[in-house]
Design a protein around this ligand. Structure first.
Ligand code: NDP
Length: 457
């Protein structure tokens, strides 16, 4: 049977674009891609990239404060959201152009249209066109979800943050995950009065407890009004106007307060609605995610899925790897499973959190461990009389001596964990860390100078 294309990719985010251009550019496959929104997807348009630029923007008041302590005559002045937003969107337009060109230059034919799967080899577009393909790759990502409660539409989700006309004076952020904590820090740094409600006992569930505790303390110390064990039970528009204006909120602890805005950072859902997936025989999980095997293949042999839509590890570099492994498997005849073990990642809170491997709690459940840990005031901010503390922590297997986990809470922890991650991924032992000479004076030198275990478990 002959097909219009060897590969039809649905979704122009990080994973889809990478798979499409590598398949077309490096294997000579005939490839098409459909995207119904902006090219670049969540990471480039409404996630990692604009978020990180906002992180940078939010750091200047602290830079000015530290500068003054070092003898500089510095004032931070006012932050102009309009100026920043204009530059931000010009940058996102530039990046989207790059994504479009990457596809074009690799010979991928792209369609600005919504795609639906008609059967195992046919894709129908919102333009009315239909195409057949030997393989279909679904890379449609995910979207933020609001909780199911009355008036939830009054609250924003993370996509809306980058589009705000002006910064609110006050905001309530609901949630305790990556997005809630990152935006709490960013918006606080930009001068917004931030309150955060998290329903559980401690933010950043699933990560190392000591690190979570230090980050929560630092966020409160900086002035974020964090309430754990608290959720929102009711919200009403103060003016009765559904579009904007202050919102009155009732909390589970009985408190009532008014906020200029509410942000729901209460999780994300895979984009699988109305795509014809189940009708075509593709299995969906309980959260709507596409169920795939180690090679990203669905139950329908010609249909594969990568990235957040599969809800495996929802991070851009993982989606890109899944896309590359898919091309290797399907177009280079070299079956390549994706390695989801020991993935380093960072949470861009202030202070930043870099982490790889097992938390102390998870490791202790698995086997006997030694914990090496130090928390101290780093030279730069301690000189400026700021209370900031950093944390350097290694979890070591008593039996194999391998470092099972490394957790860093510190400025630029994301940069540090990328490098420490190489050693951990290589299977470095505590003694390998010890044999490495310290780089002095740095914060991360503590990772190679901790001689005695803080505790065993
Ligand atoms: P998470 O799943 O990390 O966090 C969702 C938060 O919302 C949790 O604290 C959860 O509480 C809470 N929550 C869920 N439902 C409700 C509800 N009905 N009422 C109140 N609270 C609720 O999702 P995020 O949206 O923060 O992030 C999604 C994913 O995106 C992350 O897992 C990560 O993979 C990725 N990401 C990565 C970043 C990075 O690498 N720096 C940055 C941003 C996102 P509970 O803990 O009790 O379930």
């Amino acid at each position: 049977m002959s097909f219009d294309y060897d590969l039809f990719v649905i979704g122009g985010g990080s994973g889809g674009v990478r798979a499409a251009r590598v398949a077309a550019g490096q294997t000579g496959a005939r490839v098409a891609l459909a995207e119904d929104d902006r090219y670049g997807g969540t990471c480039v348009i409404r996630g990692c990239v604009p978020k990180k630029l906002m992180v940078f923007a939010s750091e200047f008041p602290e830079i000015a404060e530290t500068g003054r302590a070092y003898g500089w005559n510095m004032t931070e002045g006012d932050f102009d959201w309009g100026v920043f937003r204009g530059k931000l969107h010009a940058e996102l337009d530039r990046l989207e152009g790059i994504y479009r060109n990457l596809l074009k230059n690799s010979g991928v034919e792209s369609f600005d249209a919504r795609a639906r799967i008609k059967d195992a080899h046919t894709v129908a577009l919102s333009t009315g066109e239909e195409f057949t393909a030997k393989h279909i790759l679904v890379a449609t990502g995910g979207r933020p979800v609001r909780p199911d409660m009355p008036n939830a539409h009054l609250g924003m989700v993370s996509d809306d943050i980058f589009l705000m006309d002006k910064l609110p004076k006050s905001i309530l952020i609901v949630g305790g995950g990556y997005i809630a904590c990152e935006f709490a820090c960013v918006l606080h740094g930009l001068g917004v009065e931030v309150t955060q409600y998290y329903r559980g006992a401690q933010i950043l569930r699933g990560f190392d407890e000591e690190a979570r505790g230090l980050i929560a303390d630092a966020m409160c110390e900086r002035g974020i009004n964090l309430h754990t064990g608290t959720n929102i039970v009711d919200m009403q528009s103060v003016s009765g106007d559904a579009e904007g204006g202050p919102i009155r909120v009732k909390a589970t602890n009985g408190a009532e307060a008014e906020f200029d805005a509410v942000l729901f950072a209460t999780g994300r859902a895979p984009n699988t609605d109305n795509m014809g997936l189940e009708e075509a025989g593709v299995e969906l999980g309980r959260g709507g995610e596409i169920v795939v095997d180690a090679y990203s293949q669905t139950r329908v042999p010609s249909i594969y899925a990568i990235g957040d839509v599969t809800n495996r590890v929802n991070l851009t570099p993982v989606a890109i790897r899944e896309g590359m492994a898919f091309v290797e498997t399907v177009f280079n005849g070299n079956p390549t499973p994706v390695d989801h073990d020991l993935i380093p990642s960072a949470v861009f809170t202030q202070p930043e959190f870099g982490t790889i491997g097992l938390s102390e709690e998870a490791a202790a459940e698995q086997e006997p461990i030694e914990v090496y840990c130090t928390s101290f005031r780093p030279m730069k901010t301690s000189f400026a009389d700021r209370p900031d503390r950093v944390l350097m922590k290694l979890i070591v297997s008593q039996e194999t001596r391998k470092v099972l986990g490394c957790h860093i809470v510190a400025p630029d922890a994301g940069e540090m964990i990328q490098l420490a991650g190489i050693a951990v991924k290589m299977g470095a032992t505590k003694e390998d860390f010890d044999r490495t000479v310290a780089v002095h004076p740095t914060m991360s030198e503590e990772l190679v100078t901790m001689k005695t275990p803080t505790r065993t478990a």
